[in-house]
Ligand binder design. Structure first.
Ligand SMILES: Nc1nc2c(ncn2[C@@H]2O[C@H](COP(=O)(O)OP(=O)(O)O)[C@@H](O)[C@H]2O)c(=O)[nH]1
Ligand SMILES: [Mg+2]
Length: 322
């Protein structure tokens, strides 16, 4: 077992930071380390926080982390890992002073690990390194893992798939704009937070969201997504939000939905890995004339069906799939 594995499993923060950097660089060595760490994972609750820029996600993540650290409503304090996938996040240093000050004590807390992950302008690269980073945080013993993602695109949906609980953050004053919300947003929400509830229109925003949720057809798995009002800057409503996250976690455990999702996640993950490996295998077995075949298909010299048959013959796998 590599020493980095042992150090991460023992909760060594520097080792954890190193491992996440390696994950970001897609260092092939991380495959082995993550494999070794696998048995130490799966104690953490993964919470995705998503919503449009400026809705207060970073501030809310900061406030939520404090609430979990303190322990709310008879709950014990928990350790918190934060992954900020938002390049403008105060966690990444790009913030106005007041926000940075608010985050400072958190950064000094030994029970909190904050990491911002750059996307390097590579779509999909974001979520590719996010999941391994979550595994690393989990293996290092962080109990609540908060992932901040910006906007709601495919990346966010992918990240949401990896999360146990998704909080979608909205703000008051949505008015009719709320109709413009992408349907996908509500589909992934386990909890809705109307943040900036100190501003006018919070109640009506909450009502509109409720109406939309009720119309929305989705598999609820026995869970009715609560709509919480929060003021992230003062912490108002944040303990309640933290309690809702824990109550969703309990629901996942009690109903068996959590286990089912974990199995489905593992299956998707294995399928992806298998596809990649089979493709590699085929390529190294001589199936490297993809471009040539594509040209023939484009020139109508052969059909895609024929091309695939020929390509499979070229890159014949030792064992044919049954
Ligand atoms: N009035 C008010 N401002 C807030 C609240 N939460 C966050 N903000 C402010 O909104 C701005 C954007 O917050 P930020 O957390 O960076 O939003 P993000 O882009 O969604 O991560 C910052 O200036 C925050 O101080 C809130 O509940 N009420
Ligand atoms: Mg942010």
């Amino acid at each position: 077992m590599s020493t980095l594995t042992e150090r991460v499993a023992a909760g060594d923060r520097r080792a954890l930071a190193q491992l996440i950097s390696r994950i970001e660089r897609e260092d092939p060595e991380t495959q082995k380390i993550l494999a070794e760490l696998h048995a130490s994972t799966s104690r953490a609750s993964v919470v995705g926080i998503t919503g449009a820029p400026g809705t207060g996600k970073s501030t809310l993540v900061n406030a939520l982390a404090r609430a979990f650290r303190k322990g709310t409503a008879g709950e014990r304090p928990r350790t918190v890992g934060i992954l900020a996938l938002d390049p403008s996040s105060p966690f990444s240093g790009g913030a106005i002073l007041g926000d940075r000050i608010r985050m400072r004590d958190l950064a000094l807390d030994e029970g909190v690990f904050i990491r911002s992950m750059a996307s390097r302008g590579c779509l999909g690269g974001l979520s590719r390194s996010t999941f391994p980073a979550v595994r690393a945080l989990d293996a290092a013993g962080f109990e609540m893992i908060l992932i901040e993602t910006v906007g709601v695109g495919q990346d966010e949906v992918d990240v949401a798939r990896q999360a146990d609980t998704v909080i979608v953050v909205e703000t008051p004053g949505l008015g009719d704009d709320i109709q413009a919300l992408k349907a996908g947003v509500l589909e992934i929400a386990d909890i809705l937070a109307v943040n900036k509830a100190d501003q006018p229109g919070a109640d009506s925003a909450a009502e509109s969201l409720r109406a939309m949720l009720d119309r929305n057809e989705r598999t609820l798995d026995g869970w009715q997504p609560p709509i919480m009002q929060t003021v992230a800057t003062t912490g108002k409503g944040v303990e309640e939000l933290a309690a809702a996250v824990l109550s969703h976690r309990d629901h996942l455990a009690r109903s068996g939905v959590g286990e089912r999702r974990e199995r489905e996640r593992a299956e998707r993950d294995l399928e992806e890995r298998l596809r990649a490996r089979l493709f590699e295998h085929w390529q190294t077995a001589g199936g490297n004339r993809l471009a040539e075949a594509a040209e023939k298909v484009a020139r109508r010299e052969c059909s895609p069906e024929e091309a695939v048959r020929a390509l499979l013959d070229e890159g014949r796998l030792d064992k044919k799939p049954r």
